[in-house]
Design a protein around this ligand. Sequence first.
Ligand code: TRP
Length: 346
Amino acid sequence: MAQDTSFDVALKRSNAIWEDLDVHPVTGDRPTGRLHLGHYFGTLKGRVDLQNMGVNTNVLIADYQVITDRDTTENIQDNVINMVADYLAVGIDPEKTMIFTHSAVPAANQLMLPFLSLVSEAELQRNPTVKAEMEASGHTLTGLLLTYPVHQACDILFCKGNIVPVGKDQLPHIELTRTIARRFNERFGKVFEEPNGLLSDAHLLPGLDGRKMSKSYGNAIAISMTAEETAKRIKKSQTDSERFITFDPENRPGVSALLTTASVCTGRPEIEIAEEIGNGGSGQLKKYVTESVNEYFAPIRQKRMELMADTDYLADVLNEGNKKANAIAQNTLDDVMDAMGMNYKF
Ligand code: TRP
């Protein structure tokens, strides 16, 4: 078809532009549970958009980061395979995007040793995100929690990532990654580029109670939930005693979070939805939110169910990604060892 041909040409040109721009994003998620709507609207959707514009993104399932602030790896294998299912269900295409886990890429982990030599204890101690995570965990500061930002630098630098799409809590880690890249280059010769954080401007979707969406607060809707589970969770969410629906995040966090949830799913502004419901009260609002979420996620959830019925395929996807990541990591490690004069030819 003529139209297809011209589209193909345009797509090729578009992809060539991205190649010229030399954009290599890296992102990651900790496999501590199921991904939820906050992840979806905050980052996953953007990754899929980038991918479909022809940008090759690397997506890391950051399994070693699970033990930074918790003392169990319970369900980790299940979480990893479910994370692959979430990724593919939302549209991440393993042909275009490399999906891999920390634990399967030894050469990337080995970068940790030279990188640790490039940072001071004081620099590690003053990372505000690490401090906040330590306080939230209620645990003492472990060596891994203190140094995981260095490990995150390994994630980013082994695959020569130059763009890191993240929320602002991750900026200290990007800063440290830049410092490590710069110091390595100064000390041993140029191997790395200094990456940049790409702040997502997607407005953060709050949890159903208006606080940050988090599984531990019980205020999250997981991508993997059924329509019934979604309805139940929304039904149980806390609103307030005022009947007339208005959008006022400060004074009406519950009602406003519901409006925002419906808004991101329907593309309609919160105020418009609020006006439409008006005197219908929270019952009608919840009904609308439930329908909006369930309608948006129906095809994604359908695909997810099909994927989970074939976990061998999901394992294959991960094995392929890990294989690719290993080849890239080995290359980078070779460059590092060359630069350090440690690629001994005995
Ligand atoms: N620390 C990130 C988070 O908690 C996850 C992560 C691990 C990551 N490695 C990364 C993000 C590399 C970007 C790049 O969200």
